[in-house]
Design a protein around this ligand. Structure first.
Ligand code: A3P
Length: 320
């Protein structure tokens, strides 16, 4: 029965894959243009399963991000907010022995690896899928969505470093000019970036009780303030007394770039990611700064990206 079930899904996705526009990817994969965004093959297989079979539970929390926008940070922060007792028992904190990506599964990759039962056991999950393509049940009352976005210049530079680190030694590096061109055209996984952000932004305006929208740069500037807002949104507010305030500071401090990137598990550990081989945990921690892109991008590249962002976001009253 299981074989038949898999076969039915395989046939489905292979047929859809065969008719979609495709581009060669950066590593060994292809990208497919599906529902208006570029989707790596493995992700598309997972997504098709999710769109048919995923049933969110009312207590589920879904973190959504465009890649390189702060996923690792928010995975850690949401995990700690929702398991805050681990802060009071520091030696038992699961984040001391596992990278945030191991504790908070990315839905589409989980589904690709578990087609028969694509719902992870965790109630805290993550996705890179654009809002309009999410499984319908994630949009039902009770299920909370948290979206974080980041300055696209920093996203591009972060992604460029990341993908070059993942490339096998023998393969040539991707130039920044090439990465810039692809990013500007939207032809990177889950791109165009601007559509991704706006999809979640519009949903957060329409359903503020269901979709929380956060800017990486704002979280960097006022981490305690936004951590409290996040906890409140999730229905798990911190108390407003001295004890509550101290707990917020400890959560923020624990999830800071400095602390997480210095943990042994993130300095020397690794984990396997569906569709890749094994990824070293340190690959997810580079600088963790705002505006690092100015150390890499030409002035014209920065101006171009700023202009596209300004034009795209302005009409929807979103801060660039
Ligand atoms: P940089 O490459 O600019 O340093 P993602 O987690 O979505 O893949 O994004 C990775 C980016 O987030 C990287 O940015 C990484 O350094 C940064 N990052 C990882 N952990 C962080 C943390 N705890 N606080 C702030 N930034 C973090």
């Amino acid at each position: 029965e299981q074989t038949l079930f898999n076969k039915e899904k395989e046939d489905d996705s292979d047929q859809i894959l065969s008719v979609l526009p495709r581009e060669r990817g950066w590593l060994s994969e292809h990208f497919h243009l599906y529902q208006g965004f570029w989707c790596p093959t493995i992700v598309l297989k997972g997504l098709l399963i999710l769109q048919k079979h995923f049933r969110a539970q009312p207590s589920d929390i879904l973190l959504a991000t465009y890649p390189k926008s702060g996923t690792t940070w928010l995975k850690a922060l949401l995990f700690t907010i929702t398991n805050r007792t681990c802060i009071s028992h520091p030696d038992q904190n699961p984040l001391l022995t596992a990278n945030p990506h191991e504790l908070v599964p990315t839905l589409e990759l989980y589904a690709a690896a578990n087609p028969v039962n694509p719902k992870p056991p965790n109630s805290l999950m993550h996705t890179h899928i654009p809002y309009n393509s999410l499984p319908e049940s994630t949009k039902s009352p009770g299920c909370h969505i948290v979206y974080v976005y980041r300055d696209p210049k920093d996203v591009l530079v972060s992604w460029w470093h990341f993908v070059n680190k993942l490339k096998p030694e023998a393969e040539p590096r991707i130039s920044l000019a090439e990465a810039f061109e692809k990013f500007s055209k939207g032809a990177l996984p889950f791109g165009p970036y601007w559509n991704h952000v706006l999809g979640y932004w519009k949903a957060s305006i329409e359903w503020p009780e269901r979709v929380f929208f956060l800017r990486y740069e704002d979280l960097k500037k006022e981490p305690c303030f936004h951590t409290k807002r996040l906890a409140k949104f999730l229905g798990q507010p911190f108390t407003t007394d001295k004890e509550g305030e101290s707990l917020v500071s400890k959560v923020v401090e624990f999830c800071s770039f400095k602390n997480l990137s210095n943990l042994d598990v993130n300095k020397t550990g690794s984990h396997s990611v569906v569709g890749f081989r094994v990824i070293e945990n340190k690959t997810f921690f580079r600088e963790g700064q705002v505006g690092d892109s100015q150390n890499y991008l030409e002035r014209e590249m920065m101006d171009h990206l700023d202009q596209v962002t300004e034009e795209s976001f302005k009409k929807f009253h979103l801060k660039a």
